[in-house]
Design a binder for this molecule. Sequence first.
Ligand SMILES: Cc1cc2nc3c(=O)[nH]c(=O)nc-3n(C[C@H](O)[C@H](O)[C@H](O)COP(=O)(O)OP(=O)(O)OC[C@H]3O[C@@H](n4cnc5c(N)ncnc54)[C@H](O)[C@@H]3O)c2cc1C
Length: 420
Amino acid sequence: MADTNIVILGNGGAALYAARAVREAGHPGEVHLISDTAECAFNPMLSPYYFRGKVAWENCFPFGAQFYHDLDIVPHCGVPVASLEARAQLITLEDGKQLPYDRCLVATGASPVLPPVPGLRESARAFPLRSASTARMLDEAMKTARRVIVMGASLVGIEMTEVLIKRGVEVIVVDVANQVMPRGTHPSVAAILLKYLEGKGADVRLGIGMEKIQDKPHSVVCHLADGSVEEVDLLVCSTGVRSNLDFINRDEVEVELGIITDERMRSNIENLYAAGDAAQAYNRITDRHDWMGTWGNACSQGRTAGQQMVDIDAVYPGSLPENISPVFEWSYAQIGDIQPATGEVRHLSCGDPEGEGYSLLVFRDGVLVGTNLINCTELSGKVRSAILKEWRCESTLQLAEDEFTEAAVKRILNECTAAQ
Ligand SMILES: Cc1cc2nc3c(=O)[nH]c(=O)nc-3n(C[C@H](O)[C@H](O)[C@H](O)COP(=O)(O)OP(=O)(O)OC[C@H]3O[C@@H](n4cnc5c(N)ncnc54)[C@H](O)[C@@H]3O)c2cc1C
């Protein structure tokens, strides 16, 4: 145990929570950390807050340089992992350097994916957002932009729409989906958010793909699937991410969207663990192993993996899909499963976003499994706790959805929060 040589691949929240757990357990052996960049760990979710002027640039690096020193980590920075031989327990970096390991954690996160639109990948004016370097490039490009297309009406796409509109930029949002924020937002809630965004000046075009993109010397011409053509200064791409696992041999390691892990963050190969956006872990709401893509779940998985690598039998309790974010002057929360695939499902809503706040509660077989909250996110802690405790409401099994009056749903919401 004392001589166990631990190698952590990646340098984000999952990687550093693992490293911290290893040292907190008193592990005296070597801990190596491999990062494809030379910078300290970056928190990608803070970049929209930086663009909004709410977080200083240096605070987007929450662990700082001292962290590695204090934890006696041996950093290998600026060279990506090229291959991992899981059975041989050997890592090769792109510069040819080899590192054998006793225990290894894959925490290499994810990278933006651009759809196969002709001209998009070659465009010098198309900016995805993830790493510190992509945030810096986008920051620079936004300084002179007057007209922008945001591709993808995801939470990140909407955050960037807000950033741009508040800087006086004309914004067109384009998405092939028929609603904004399709991941985690019920269509009825998306319709409320859409109206609000349009009121703020966003030109949102849903159900429309991008067909072709052509760079010009000082602009980019975008051909949309409905036949319209828009000339803009730049494109902000928020079109999804894919786990960084090119170095993994999929004949050895079981991978779907991420490395499949068990409740101890172990892969199918002994001594190989995975966490964060590189992993697919237990989702306590859906009871499946899902890819999650959220900071809190990544860090918590990293911590469990770190403890496991030093023989502490920690068990990951399971992920909870969760995002709480400002949308212009509104606050918005999405927690749990909004569109359960099985069971008898009820979506009950009450309130008013401009008044006391709007709540949507999702029940599966009488059990609360999800919520969308607008302008009452102060309830999110209690509703979250009710979801985790599998709070039941029998009447949701007895009545049809249209039999629930506004007053009845408010009563259910009050009962639910009072019970926490
Ligand atoms: C703009 C934006 C907004 C977001 N907003 C939210 C939010 O509001 N709430 C929320 O919960 N989550 C949010 N997220 C998601 C959240 O940031 C991620 O889920 C989280 O950062 C995942 O952490 P991770 O450590 O698994 O991966 P990452 O943060 O991606 O870190 C992976 C690390 O591995 C390194 N790496 C990659 N490949 C290699 C390689 N081959 N060799 C060596 N190193 C490698 C990378 O450089 C990086 O340092 C947001 C993400 C973005 C981009």
